[in-house]
Design a protein around this ligand. Sequence first.
Ligand SMILES: C=C1C[C@]23C[C@@]1(O)CC[C@H]2[C@@]12CC[C@H](O)[C@@](C)(C(=O)O1)[C@H]2[C@@H]3C(=O)O
Ligand SMILES: O=C(O)CCC(=O)C(=O)O
Ligand SMILES: [Fe+2]
Length: 272
Amino acid sequence: MVLLSKPALEQFSFIRNRKPTTFFSGIPLIDLSKPDSKHLLVEACEEFGFFKVINHGVPMEFISKLESEAVNFFSLPLSEKEKVGPPSPFGYGNKSIGQNGDVGWVEYLLLNTNQESISQRFSSVFGDNPEKFRCALNDYVSAVKKMACEILEMMADGLKLQQRNVFSKLLMDEQSDSVFRLNHYPPCPEIEALTDQNMIGFGEHTDPQIISLLRSNNTSGLQISLSDGSWISVPPDQNSFFVNVGDSLQVHQNCCFQYCKKQVSAPQNEHQ
Ligand SMILES: C=C1C[C@]23C[C@@]1(O)CC[C@H]2[C@@]12CC[C@H](O)[C@@](C)(C(=O)O1)[C@H]2[C@@H]3C(=O)O
Ligand SMILES: O=C(O)CCC(=O)C(=O)O
Ligand SMILES: [Fe+2]
């Protein structure tokens, strides 16, 4: 029998002392079926950097199929899952996140969204029916990419940029480095009961991409940091997607968004 004493547990880098935060109700809501949402979308990117989308067009059938395939995959014995790991950079990972030695109480599959790379390496793992997993992945990833393009094009529209596809073409490029990540946060009741603290699944970070689209089953835990440095809990919603502005868009925002604002608010001055 192995027992972890409290001081030993405190050494655990998975556990932090962050106080639980209350659910926040002010997350901007964007209805993708309304063309007028483009203005709200730009505002949400600028002011908040995080928003929730509804009427996103990703069929619930695709979402449920992928979720059930993911549950099957993560239920496999560790030795089976490790056949497609470690992520270098793509594949199955467990607790180690990224190349900088970060750890979390999470296991995941990290894939390139390029269809070919999704279909190759993983055939051996998906048990009796690899086609089923592959198909669920392809359907889901294609539908989410379509939604991401719609969001990026609405954003370009909202900014009155001449080329509507200025952002979305980066995603549609065959060489696009967009990634798909399937995170599973296993329960850890023993340690949580002993420490009275929640395990950190995926520690504090920013996403380097343009945008990240997040969807979870009805599980709470996602937190975001506001510009004043406070952390808030995002109320889960399994029927919606959450969009996080990544570092690359934030860089654009700092120049392009401000520039476009000037263009919109003082067009005459621009010509003088
Ligand atoms: C801890 C980390 C994992 C990550 C690189 C990072 O240092 C911080 C950002 C993480 C993230 C989040 C979005 C994507 O899943 C990812 C592939 C990325 O580009 O940034 C991961 C990185 C990773 O898993 O390597
Ligand atoms: O799993 C989540 O809800 C968020 C994880 C995350 O931030 C990421 O994968 O970049
Ligand atoms: Fe992230």
